[in-house]
Design a binder for this molecule. Structure first.
Ligand code: KG4
Ligand code: ZN
Length: 340
């Protein structure tokens, strides 16, 4: 008997619904992005995001069911992201998920958004062997997590200030590249010299697996300001490449140090920044030298989507880890600390 799960994701600025069978078979994964709407503000405006989710959610869910060729009755469970994220945005998905589960008499599964990003890896590699190490790098998070079994997480490190994706976005904005900044810097950096401009790397104190990117970001802003004051032309491709290299060096070095310390043989990348070309290449190459296997989701599953939420929910379904209909949005939800 196969397990059919509808996943719903509205934690930030994508309204998404997906139908997944047995945690691997993506029957549909509809993603309505609000990027265009937020671009003119240079970032996500929470109130605008919630209103847009509210407008789109029913259409996106119906489209996901239609594209998958399933009816409401075919669903075995309804899964929804309930944190972390923007409270007003989360509430739209949570309300829709609860209403459907109640009306259909099907189990409700509450999913942590970060857990969803991690599980994007299981969509194409369900047989990964534990223990696993995951570097979660998104617009809101930079976490290094040891995963002992399905659903059992041990946080090893996190950012002390800006998330990696946030640093990409802020630097791109200061350079006048646009929003979201990650893919733009990724592309521009391909034409630049990563050694051209010195940008410091924050390794923090000896043995620390935490991250810090605000100094890296400030170094770029100072460079831009100095150049402007002196009337010098900035080689944007070189600056993009140098900044990206400094972020990637720290991400790769700390992740591989953690893999050695905890004797983990498989490293996963997750979250929007896992789409970064240099991060993928450098992690793969340096891990290969140490006989560590690296895996990451296909590009379209790195950024926010509901397929990863439904995949994560599949493993919760197998454990009968269901949420009550009183499930609420939890904007600051921690990984492995479900609140229902
Ligand atoms: O996971 P995600 O879609 O949303 C959050 O949960 O935050 O991640 C979005 C972040 C943005 O900061 C975006 O600039 C970054 O991921 N990003 C990238 C790339 N593609 C997206 N950063 C670096 N290189 C990329 N190719
Ligand atoms: Zn995300």
């Amino acid at each position: 008997m196969s397990v059919v799960i509808l996943g719903i994701e509205t934690s930030c600025d994508e309204t998404s619904a997906a139908v997944i069978v047995d945690g691997i078979d993506i029957k549909s994964n509809i993603i309505a992005s609000q990027v265009e709407l937020h671009r003119k503000f240079g970032g996500v405006v929470p109130e605008v995001a919630s209103r847009k989710h509210y407008e789109l959610i029913n259409h996106v869910i119906i489209e996901a069911l239609e594209e998958a060729g399933v009816t409401y009755q075919d669903l075995d469970a309804v899964a929804v992201t309930y944190g972390p994220g923007l409270v007003g945005a989360l509430l739209v998905g949570v309300s829709a998920g609860k209403a459907m589960a109640y009306a259909l008499g099907k189990p409700l599964i509450g999913v942590n958004h970060i857990e969803g990003h991690i599980y994007a890896n299981f969509l194409h590699q369900p047989d990964l062997q534990f223990p696993l190490l995951c570097l979660v790098v998104s617009g809101g998070h930079t976490d290094l997590v040891l995963i002992e079994h399905h659903g059992v997480y041990r946080p090893l490190g996190r950012t002390r200030d800006d998330a990696a994706g946030e640093a990409f976005d802020k630097v791109a904005r200061a350079m006048g590249l646009g929003y979201p900044g990650g893919p733009l810097i990724d592309r521009l950096a391909q034409e630049g010299d990563p050694q051209a401009i010195y940008i410091p790397r924050a390794y923090l104190e000896e043995g620390s697996l935490d991250f810090s990117f605000s100094g890296t970001k400030t170094a770029v802003l100072n460079y831009l300001n100095r150049a402007q004051q002196k009337g010098e032309e900035v080689k944007k491709a070189d600056l993009a490449a140098s900044f990206q290299q400094s972020v990637v060096d720290v991400l790769v070095d700390k992740t591989l140090a953690a893999a050695e310390w905890y004797n983990v043989k498989t490293v996963m990348l997750a979250g929007g920044v896992a789409a970064n070309g240099l991060l993928r290449r450098q992690m793969q190459q340096k891990a290969g030298d140490r006989n560590i296997f690296v895996t990451y989701p296909p590009l379209e599953l790195c950024t926010d989507n509901a397929a990863m939420i439904a995949c994560s929910a599949y493993y919760k379904y197998l454990r009968s880890d269901f949420a009550p209909l009183t499930l609420n949005a939890v904007p600051g939800l921690k990984l492995g600390a479900d609140k229902y």
